[in-house]
Design a protein around this ligand. Structure first.
Ligand code: NAD
Length: 507
């Protein structure tokens, strides 16, 4: 690995993981292995202030899964003592950093991962800082009656193991951290190797600020050099009480097969149906906004469109009016050859996006297809058959295949097939509530958006809170603090309930 300049809270360069680890360890370890007060260091005051924790001052960066889990366990016990107010303070720092440093961290993520769109990397962090669900979700339920009180509280699990994707490396960690800490947990993250530097820098900033304020470090810990082996070690670690996985089919399958309880935010392939009653211009604007957001990297983003034949040509014209670039049949074929490749062996052989084009700009896709790109182009699209490989593939690039369907029944049926039963996300543009209901019932997806862009389903331009972990196969939906809790019932018999009958007290 190349050597990059050491991390700085104001620097714009993506820091080298080993440099961060070296710096933190050097600051902590004196000649006798005792914590050293490294004067002038950004972490020195925090390290000196909290001698309580043996991992204090590491700011969440660890070389091994064992150490990361031990540090997160220590942080969990410390957080427990600080109550809900401690959680609230910790989260406030994560929110503030996500908003204030969004520009710098978003750029870092963009430069490291080399996929998506810079403005959306920045926006994702800001919105998460503003709208991730926090401690306000931690409401207890109370039952009162003749026999007293029963209070249902939502208790933490302890240390959670999280696996995060390259498509939103730091945003996933940010959303997970806010929800998990709000419910009193701590988390160890095994980030995607291609987004590990920005993940580490975000985690370091979160922990440094929290440590300075409340004296607890490592609420969010991270494996600095993540591999499939470290992911597996995290899955199987005795100290990890719950797993939360955000990623594609392989990691979702591994989590579902794990012996631990897992919250699985798996892959999607969201279809769109446009029927003859739709407002076509509104549909076109929505499809472009959702499908082009961060160059189609989002698991909820529009991936293929089924349009009824009677409005097909008008819909294609509306897409052009809204700014999309229509490819000819020959150009679509050319792009398909370059953009979709076959992977896997035997029965597991399937089409997948070519890494060179994944998350790239629409104008680059246009050029790959043999068309002319143009500045500001957000999306390319074209008519395809239903058996074009773009239809079943989660392409994660700003090209959308449009399939002509004889009627809405066929459109809904093909949409259902293309979603592969993930039950993740679906979108319809229609003014016929029967069509909406039929599609909603058949696809039975976690998010179902009507007459808007997919991202509205996450609260971007629609209502609701946001998270970038949408638990689909395990059913928790858009994750909140309550997703990461155990129910605990506390019962008081006969007393403290004014509804109880006077007789119950004399018994
Ligand atoms: P990916 O599956 O390649 O990687 C995700 C994470 O899993 C990475 O950290 C990777 O290192 C790890 N991983 C991969 N295979 C593993 C295995 N066998 N065991 C343990 N760990 C493993 O996905 P990606 O390219 O980073 O992200 C895109 C995918 O994630 C898409 O399929 C997208 O739909 C999905 N996603 C889902 C959600 C959601 O909320 N449901 C959110 C974001 C992304």
């Amino acid at each position: 690995m190349s050597t990059v300049s050491p991390p700085s809270t104001s620097g714009v360069q993506a820091p080298d993981i080993q440099a961060i680890v070296r710096q933190v360890i050097a600051e902590l370890t004196g000649a006798c292995g005792q914590p050293a007060a490294a004067a002038g260091s950004p972490v020195a005051p925090a390290a000196a202030a909290s001698a309580a924790g043996s991992f204090a001052g590491r700011h969440g960066i660890f070389a091994s899964v064992d150490e990361a889990v031990s540090a997160a366990q220590e942080a969990f016990e410390q957080l427990e003592r600080l109550g809900v107010e401690g959680r609230r303070k910790a989260i406030a720092h994560i929110r503030r950093i996500s908003i204030d440093d969004a520009e710098e961290l978003g750029r870092m993520e963009f430069e490291e991962t080399k996929i998506g769109r810079l403005e959306h990397k920045i926006e994702k962090l800001k919105v998460l800082g503003e709208r991730s669900p926090g401690v306000e979700f931690m409401q207890s339920e109370v039952y009162s009656g003749d026999h007293g009180l029963a209070v249902i509280e939502h208790a933490p699990f302890g240390v959670i193991g999280a696996i995060t994707p390259v498509t939103h490396s730091l945003p996933t960690i940010t959303g997970n951290a806010v929800s998990m800490i709000a419910s009193g947990n701590t988390v160890v993250v095994n980030p995607h190797p291609s987004g590990k530097r920005v993940a580490a820098e975000g985690v370091r900033r979160f922990n440094a600020a929290i440590h300075r304020d409340i004296g607890v470090d490592n609420l969010v810990s991270l494996v600095a050099e993540p591999t499939l082996d470290t992911a597996s070690a995290l899955f199987n670690h005795r100290g990890v009480k719950l797993i939360c996985v955000t990623g594609g089919p392989a990691v979702a399958r591994a989590a579902l097969e794990s012996r631990k309880r897992a919250i699985v935010a798996g892959p999607g392939n969201p279809p769109v149906v446009v029927d003859e009653t739709a407002d076509l211009d509104r549909a076109a604007r929505s499809i472009i906004y959702g499908a082009a957001y961060d160059n189609n990297l989002l698991c909820i983003a529009e991936k293929q469109v089924f349009v009824v034949a009677s409005v097909f040509d008008r819909m294609m014209a509306a897409m052009e009016r809204a700014g999309g670039l229509r490819l000819s049949t020959r150009q679509v074929d050319e792009l398909t050859k370059k953009a979709i490749v076959m992977v896997g062996e035997g029965a597991h052989r399937h089409p997948a996006p070519c890494k060179d084009l994944l998350g790239q700009d629409a104008s680059l896709l246009a050029r790959a297809a043999g068309a002319e790109g143009r500045t500001g182009l957000e999306l390319v699209f074209g008519e395809t058959d239903n058996d074009n490989p773009f239809v079943p593939t989660e392409q994660m690039m700003p090209f959308l295949p449009f399939v002509r369907c004889k009627d809405v029944d066929e459109a809904i049926r093909l949409a259902h097939e293309s979603e592969h039963g993930f039950r993740h996300t679906a979108i319809i543009h229609s003014n016929n509530v029967r069509n909406m209901s039929r599609m909603g019932r058949l696809l039975d997806t976690t998010l179902f958006v009507k007459n808007g862009p997919s991202v509205a389903g996450l609260g971007l331009g629609g209502e609701g809170y946001i998270s970038f972990s949408i638990a689909t196969p395990t059913g928790e939906g858009v994750t909140t603090p309550l997703t990461f809790t155990r129910q605990r019932r506390c019962t008081l018999v006969d007393d403290l309930c004014i509804l109880g009958s006077p007789d119950s007290l004399s018994r």
